[in-house]
Design a protein. Sequence first.
Length: 77
Amino acid sequence: MNVTLSTTSRNKVFHLPGCPYDNRIRYNNREEVKRDQAVHMGYRPCKYCSTIQAYYRIRQPFIKLMTRNYGTQFTLS
């Protein structure tokens, strides 16, 4: 999976596609690399887009559909 990182960032954070913080990186400062490569370079995952909560935000419509249609329950604690 490709991730985006800022080449000028002191925080060394990478972002997944679609992250609102990814959109704040200027075009001339952004670089797309593989996730493993970013970790090897010392970058860490963004706390907004690289967590289970982020996955839930992205998949929420599907989860709600499955919950409604099949009576399943999903709890994010």
